[in-house]
Design a protein around this ligand. Structure first.
Ligand code: AGP
Length: 613
């Protein structure tokens, strides 16, 4: 949610800032802006130049004056929280004199109070944002003398809320000051040049050497290096680490959209999630990062999974896997609701936080609530070193690779695979037999090729999507293992095509939603070849009897009296079937969105990482 990039060095900053913003645009895309310090000339001191517009980074690039030069600069791509998307509300924000510029991710909770005080002292506010108070606060402290970093520290002491910020000062053009509290900031180390960003994706083109700031830390970034320190001015030493994601991971790689690319990357993503973790000899999984020994794991009586949106639905599939394979009661709950019901935290419950980005504020806050009350939390996270990963006591990284499209696909699949590994590991120290363990190991190993087989049906799914996309709405139904698949399928269609979709357990149809069934409201039905097949077919018969159209996703062709169309996916082990049943639904949503002319990778009103409540 919002992206920050900063550069200082011998090159011209603006092309680097624009390139970085383009890579960060998936985080927010309603407005964008940059500020640079124009170089000192014989006749003029250094001064700030600012350009910001409502719209995309491409609109900013088009609006940028030809001679927008400067060796230090900051940029921002916004997803509105305070104030509508507009030129005025776009970042950077400046003080009255236009000498201090600030870009900010997060929320300043006491902005109204600070704004009133600053206005009384003469600050002129030009936007409706909470961020603008930071520019005025820093300027007020700079006016008292001292260095930029001292003014930023003093300003942040007055602020309540979350932030990742970068601050530029025309009076000290040799530095940029950045700070982090609840919103990530990462420094990039170059050759006589330095970068900073909210996300490594903006940096990988220029450097692999990065330093992640911790909450409560600041850094002064100069062309020749950086210094990290706390809000109390205590110097802290941070060692650089090397980013292993390729720059190509952030390109569409010849696909029409990131979403399509990421759907097609799933076989490789699953291979990486499984890599080095399957133990065929003992028919189990090795999970090095759990930080729990077998005795501690055996003492766990319950598993509670916390995540938002698709991460929550992946958690529902995870809970099902844990209950089936380990026979431990498991439940997935929206992390966004969890802390507001004053949850009972039990010592023998294992809490598992799920997040692709590792930044989702609601999930992070849920983890903190569990830890505050003495609970133990594992993370199932894609982004290495992210806030949630660091807050957890242990966990598993997905290694799915960067996911850029707002709608989650490969991270979703890898999350469910990670839960299958966890369930297998748990199961084998409880009652799961070696034979069943071997069955699951073989099922997991077969998944990448089976996903490839499903992806080969793309053309057929594209044709079906064109037929169904113009429906008034869609119903998604499934039973037991199929129900979370239905929920995720409906979510994918909603978020990228804006076609209303509802998911129900097929068994619930007669208790209400059957009233909706008509030729205008088709049903996508998950019909796995399992013990509920006959019951699922009965539900489809009821829909057809009411002139409802049915698209079945099944393990064998479904007769015309039960379905108008059928997509057949390969059979896995029953516990793993949901993984494969979900893949056609991703392609269906993608092609429906394309058929309707939607902005597939950047759907309206949504952002990739939701770092606010
Ligand atoms: C997924 O398609 C959605 N964009 C959204 O529900 C997402 O899964 C959710 O916001 C959680 O994100 P996270 O995995 O980064 O925590």
């Amino acid at each position: 949610m919002c992206g920050i990039v900063a550069y200082i060095g011998p090159k011209d900053a603006s092309p680097i800032l624009l390139e970085g913003l383009q890579r960060l645009e998936y985080r927010g895309y309603d407005s964008a802006g940059v500020a640079v310090v124009a170089p000192v000339t014989k006749s003029a001191p250094a001064k700030l130049r600012l350009c910001k517009v409502k719209g995309r980074v491409a609109d900013l690039a088009a609006a940028l004056p030809a001679r927008f030069k400067g060796g230090a600069g900051i940029g921002h791509t916004r997803w509105a929280t305070h104030g509508v998307p507009s030129d005025a509300n776009a970042h950077p924000h400046t003080d009255n004199e236009g000498r201090i510029a600030v870009v900010h991710n997060g929320i300043i909770e006491n902005a109204d109070e600070l704004r009133a005080k600053l206005a009384a002292d003469g600050a002129v506010f030009r936007s409706e944002t909470d961020t603008e108070v930071l520019a005025h606060l820093v300027a007020a402290h700079r006016a008292e003398g001292g260095e930029l970093e001292d003014a930023v520290r003093a300003a942040l002491k007055l602020v309540v809320g979350t932030y990742g910020i970068a601050v530029l000062d025309a009076g000290q053009p040799d530095r940029i000051v950045v700070a982090r509290n609840g919103s990530p900031i990462v420094l990039g180390i170059g050759e006589k040049e330095m970068f900073a960003a909210s996300d490594v994706s903006a940096l990988v083109r220029y450097t692999r050497q990065v330093v992640h700031l911790e909450d409560g830390e600041l850094a002064t970034v100069r062309a020749d290096g950086f210094r990290t320190f706390t809000e109390d001015a205590r110097t802290v030493t941070r060692q650089p680490s090397t980013v292993d994601w390729e720059v190509g991971s952030y390109d569409t790689g010849g696909y029409a959209h990131y979403l399509l690319k990421e759907i097609h990357e799933q076989p490789g993503a699953v291979e990486r999630t499984l890599s080095g973790r399957l133990d065929e000899r003992f028919a189990t999984a090795h999970l090095g990062g759990l930080n729990l020994d077998a005795r501690e794991l055996r003492e766990i009586r319950r598993v509670k999974i916390l995540g938002c949106g698709s991460a929550y639905y992946a958690g529902e599939m995870g809970a099902q896997l844990i209950e089936e394979l380990a026979r431990i009661p498991a439940h997935s709950e929206p992390a966004s609701e969890f802390r507001y019901r004053n949850p009972v935290i039990e010592a023998d419950t294992l809490y598992v936080a799920v997040s692709q980005s590792g930044e989702t504020y609601d999930t992070l806050a849920a983890v903190q609530e569990v830890k505050r009350k003495g609970g133990r939390v594992l993370g199932v996270v894609n982004t290495v070193g992210s806030a949630i990963a660091r807050e957890c006591d242990g966990g598993m990284y997905l290694h799915a690779g960067p996911e850029v499209s707002v709608a989650s696909t490969k991270a979703f699949t890898s999350t469910v695979v990670a839960f299958a590994l966890l369930a297998l590991h748990f199961g084998r120290i409880h009652d799961l037999s070696p034979a069943d363990g071997r069955r699951i190991v073989a099922g997991l190993k077969a998944l990448p090729d089976q996903i490839r087989q499903v992806l080969e049906q793309q053309q057929e799914i594209e044709a079906l999507a064109a037929e169904y996309a113009h429906s008034q709405g869609m119903m998604y139904i499934g039973r037991v293992r199929g129900y979370p698949v239905a929920r995720e399928g409906a979510q994918k269609l909603k978020e990228i095509s804006y076609v209303h979709a509802e998911a129900y357990p097929a068994s619930e149809l007669k208790h209400g939603p059957l009233a909706l069934i008509s030729p205008e409201l088709p049903t996508v039905a998950l019909v796995p070849d399992d013990e509920l097949l006959d019951k699922n077919l009965t539900a489809l018969g009821e829909i057809k009897a009411r002139e409802g159209r049915v698209l079945a996703v099944a393990h064998r062709p479904i007769e015309a009296k039960h379905a108008d169309h059928c997509l057949v996916v390969p059979k896995s082990e029953p516990e793993l079937d949901p993984l494969l049943l979900n893949i056609p639904l991703q392609l269906l949503a993608y092609h429906a969105a394309v058929a309707l002319g939607r902005d597939v990778d950047k759907p309206r009103n949504l952002a990739k990482s939701v770092t606010v409540e």
